[in-house]
Write a protein that binds this ligand. Structure first.
Ligand SMILES: NC(=O)c1ccc[n+]([C@@H]2O[C@H](COP(=O)([O-])OP(=O)(O)OC[C@H]3O[C@@H](n4cnc5c(N)ncnc54)[C@H](O)[C@@H]3O)[C@@H](O)[C@H]2O)c1
Length: 277
């Protein structure tokens, strides 16, 4: 791989991806809206750019093979707040990738594209979209964008519907956890799989309680190695039995499924529960 591009490079997941992605290519272009990025790898260059600026995205992707698109506003909020970074930003990434002849977009999608399904239903990668928020709706938009650019323009994309890639602090995360190491494994397999076409995969570790089914995405070669069960005794002792009527826990989207449209998920955060993804 000659050149890879990483958007959202200053973010939490971007920070874990920079070194392993740099190791996979001759040159890594890391981009974000922040002014600067510290501790650049020897073959990494930082470019400050707004996802909502198409010309900037076209410049960033010149000569690249693939882009890993992680940049976004990451919470529920008013539609207008998400429009630039998440909706227009997604269009700009796909359009810039297409104009530069990239092979593939690897996208940080989310469980919130299907967050309104009840937890009692195990969902696979073929269920219809059922977004829980404007944030989830933007993920649906980007997934459909990827589908259309594959069908009409031959640009491949893998949509990683990440559940929650953060430390395990609550009962929901016993099922939804994606360890940072597994997240890196997932991105690596999305890059190295020879042919992906348009694909969807859930970003989740090998948790005993994982509520999603990745069977149809096995061809990607993603084999998670971590399991949140190691935290179960400690977490369940803290939270006690969960209330089955609590909308916080009833749907795949967790707190996002319970929040009012347009309101940050932190507005309904309770106790030690974080509004994790
Ligand atoms: N962390 C999770 O558990 C999780 C779960 C599901 C999906 N995701 C998705 O994965 C991706 C990365 O998530 P994260 O946890 O690292 O989030 P993050 O908020 O830490 O990182 C997002 C980055 O995007 C950048 N950004 C925001 N607006 C921008 C703009 N207009 N132009 C350029 N850059 C901009 C931010 O500066 C930030 O560095 C996001 O798309 C998120 O929706 C994350």
């Amino acid at each position: 791989m000659k050149k890879l591009v990483l958007t959202g490079a200053a973010g939490s997941l971007g920070g874990h991806l920079r070194a392993p992605m740099a190791a996979m290519c001759d040159e890594l272009i890391s981009t974000d809206i922040v002014e600067e990025l510290e501790d650049l790898q020897p073959n990494e260059r930082y470019v400050q750019a707004d996802l909502a600026d198409l010309e900037a995205m076209i410049d960033v992707m010149a000569g690249a093979d693939m882009v890993v698109h992680m940049g976004a506003f990451v919470d529920e909020g008013p539609f207008e707040k998400l429009l630039g970074p998440n909706f227009i930003g997604a269009y700009n990434v796909w359009e810039a990738a297409y104009r530069n002849g990239l092979r593939r977009v690897i996208y940080g999608s989310s469980i919130h594209a299907v967050g309104m399904y009840p937890k009692t239903q195990a969902i696979d990668t073929e269920v219809r979209h059922r977004p829980d928020t404007f944030y989830g709706l933007a993920k649906c938009f980007a997934e459909d964008l990827g589908s259309m650019y594959w069908d009409k323009r031959g640009l491949e994309s893998v949509h990683m519907r990440i559940l929650s890639c953060a430390p395990v602090t609550n009962a929901r995360a016993l099922g939804s956890w994606l360890s940072y190491d597994d997240m890196v494994r997932l991105v690596q397999s999305c890059i190295t799989t020879p042919i992906t076409g348009f694909s969807i995969v859930y970003g989740v570790s090998d948790n005993d309680r994982a509520p999603v089914d990745n069977t149809k995405a096995r061809f990607l070669g993603y084999r998670p190695q971590d399991n949140a069960e190691q935290f179960a005794d400690e977490i369940l002792a803290k939270t006690g039995p969960l209330d089955p009527q609590d909308p916080f826990h009833a749907c795949h989207g967790g707190p996002f499924a319970a929040v009012k449209l347009g309101e940050p998920a932190s507005s309904i955060t309770k106790g030690a529960d974080q509004p994790e993804e």
